[in-house]
Design a protein around this ligand. Structure first.
Ligand code: MN
Length: 288
């Protein structure tokens, strides 16, 4: 397939600065052509602790541009890979696949559940809401650009979670989302967990959007993220996850790689792992 890399140069979804620089770094040496779509350079980022809808308008502007670009690529038969930026860019990434391909599932590989809403958020950071938004759980204001349905929460599976807020947990339970924890990944067979996740995501759907947040990896091995969560999987385990995922490339319609924060990285450890994951996905998708 025609693989296209689209960078989302933005860290408007998170108070910690730096992930907006990730696409430029990751796409510079990638093996296929790329294009970077950036947040409005005039946007003045809100970091205010009491702002519970941080950079909402600016993010919606960026996400609607990403959405149009991604829908067009997908309708023309390409396989775009979205490289963040913070995880808020996954809203147009998931919803553009729903628009182009119809009913899909979502596999969300992440230390966090990203299932907060404006009602339950403790920080106002929108990168904690994209999965709830894509699954149609509140967050209507974040998908005004989308002309179509949302993903059925029964086809959503989170893999590698270990940091979930109390009310967020309640959201997940009410919505009916399947969650496999970091502990599940570590104590079982990684391949088996990924197979189970595909079963959830493919029940009644045509294909799966996979979203990979680098913070699923332990910060000892991948310190270059904005919101690190201790006790994660190691790099080798993360590669096993991505190998199990890419083996099922025929069931995958789209992919994101997000949350590299070059300002927090040490000796480019996280960047190197991110590049390895990206190249594995590019070569799998190219062979589709
Ligand atoms: Mn995330």
């Amino acid at each position: 397939m025609d693989v296209q890399l689209i960078g989302a140069a933005s860290d408007l979804g998170v108070s910690v600065d730096g992930s907006r620089n990730a696409p430029q770094i990751l796409l510079a040496n990638a093996s296929v052509p790329s294009e970077i779509i950036s947040a409005d350079p005039e946007a003045v980022k809100s970091h205010a602790a009491d702002d519970m809808r941080k950079n909402e308008a600016e993010l919606n502007d960026l996400n609607s541009r990403l959405y149009r670009r991604l829908v067009s690529a997908k309708l023309h038969g390409a396989f775009p890979i979205l490289v963040g930026g913070d995880h808020a860019c996954a809203i147009p990434s998931v919803l553009s696949s729903e628009k182009a391909y119809g009913r899909i599932g979502v596999m969300w590989i992440d230390a966090h559940a990203d299932f907060n809403t404006f009602r339950t958020t403790e920080t106002g950071n929108i990168h904690g809401m994209p999965l709830a938004c894509a699954a149609g759980y509140e967050c209507e204001d974040l998908r005004g650009f989308h002309d179509g349905g949302t993903v059925d929460p029964s086809n959503v599976c989170i893999v590698g979670a270990r940091s979930i807020d109390r009310e967020e947990k309640e959201n997940l339970r009410k919505a009916g989302v399947t969650v496999y924890s970091t502990e599940d990944l570590r104590s079982g067979d990684i391949r088996e967990i990924i197979e189970k996740a595909f079963t959830v995501c493919l029940n009644g759907t045509g294909s799966v959007h996979v979203s990979f947040d680098l913070d699923v990896i332990d910060p000892v091995f991948a310190p270059g993220v904005s919101v690190p969560a201790a006790d994660g999987i190691n790099t080798e385990e993360a590669i096993s996850v991505i190998d199990a995922v890419t083996e099922r490339i025929d069931d995958i319609c789209s992919f994101d790689l997000v949350e590299l924060n070059p300002l927090r990285d040490k000796d480019r450890m996280t960047e190197r792992t991110a590049s390895e994951i990206l190249e594995k996905m590019i070569s799998a998708a190219a062979g589709k």
